[in-house]
Design a binder for this molecule. Structure first.
Ligand code: NAP
Length: 292
């Protein structure tokens, strides 16, 4: 763990956070495997979307490093709804499978909302079903939070950012990031404001935050005059960089914002590095619960 100092703005990097999580993952997975229960993920990809293939590579590498077995299924993009549903039902009923994951969005001809509900909450390691979302909103541990908001919370914990009683401003209200992130912050007793595209006086609302969390998908939206001294800035955005073709950037104008605040996460190199380590942790937790 590291503490934010008051001397100079600190870059909150994800690499050491991910490394700490992966070390713990391996230790827990080895214990389970030694007891005869190797954590096992059923991973489904439909079609060849480059984003999915890239993320899949990261999942496979992380699972191998963490000692997690992956049952990997790649189906054609035009796979019929009934066939995919049958595979999900089989995995849901298979005691040898602890966790299930498919890449979203699914091809458009599939009924994704219905298919998501075929994943039982206990195996739903990236919060695809409504039962898992309900679990996040209820603050219980029946299901799993989506990996990206969970990765943000892990970054805040690792860098010992105080949350209880603090003002947290979340930019974005999607079901995959903004809303669950707001709930996780609330569970830690932050006072949470959720902003979106219709929020008035957004820069002024942002300046009031103790912790500002951006998940809008707009390159460098958060400018230096949106922030104030002492803030911690968490950037979840992953955008094509309009100023540097072929590169990525976040939702925060990092180079100009960092000198004005206490600490901020870079993009790339911040939250994104932690997400897959969290997915592995969720798989291992699902296996630990199943083994009991
Ligand atoms: P999304 O579904 O498109 O939602 C974006 C949210 O931002 C919406 O609530 C939208 O408001 C709000 N918004 C858009 N423009 C705005 C503006 N100018 N001012 C204020 N609010 C604005 O996106 P998402 O799936 O949540 O993803 C957000 C970002 O996180 C993206 O860059 C994505 O690539 C990234 N992401 C990163 C990871 C990771 O592992 N690091 C994982 C998932 C996503 P309305 O609701 O009013 O439209």
């Amino acid at each position: 763990m590291e503490v934010i100092t008051e001397n100079q703005p600190q870059e909150l990097r994800g690499k050491q956070v991910a490394a700490a999580i992966m070390e713990d993952n391996l230790c827990r997975a080895e214990k389970l495997t030694a007891a005869g229960h190797q954590p096992t993920l059923a991973l489904f990809r439909l079609g060849e979307r480059p984003d999915d293939v890239f993320y899949e590579g990261s999942i496979l590498r992380h699972c191998e490093r963490a000692g997690i077995k992956v049952l990997h299924t790649v189906l054609p993009e035009d796979c019929p709804d009934a066939e995919f549903a049958a595979r999900l039902i089989a995995a849901a009923n298979d005691n040898g499978i602890d966790a299930m994951f498919f890449f979203s969005p699914l091809p458009r001809h599939l009924d994704e909302p219905k298919l998501r509900e075929l994943i039982p909450a206990a195996k739903d390691v990236d919060c695809l079903s409504k039962a898992s979302a309900a679990s996040v909103f209820c603050g219980d541990d029946e299901g799993f939070a989506p990996c990206t908001p969970a990765a943000v919370m892990e970054m805040l914990k690792y860098y010992q950012v105080p949350l209880a009683g603090k003002k947290a401003v979340v930019l974005g209200r999607s079901l995959v990031v903004g809303k669950p992130l707001a709930m996780l912050l609330l569970n830690e007793n932050a006072t949470v404001t959720i902003c979106h595209s219709r929020t008035e006086n957004l820069p002024a609302v942002c300046r009031e935050a103790d912790v500002l969390l951006a998940a809008v998908g707009r390159a460098r939206l958060v400018k230096e005059d949106w922030v104030s001294a002492g803030q911690v800035i968490i950037d979840v955005g992953v955008n094509a960089d309009p100023e540097n073709p072929g590169k990525m950037c976040g939702d925060v104008d990092y180079a100009n914002v960092l000198p004005k605040v206490a600490a901020a996460t870079p993009v790339p190199g911040g939250v994104g590095l932690v997400t897959t380590a969290i997915l592995c942790r969720h798989i291992i937790e699902a296996a630990e619960k199943a083994a009991k």
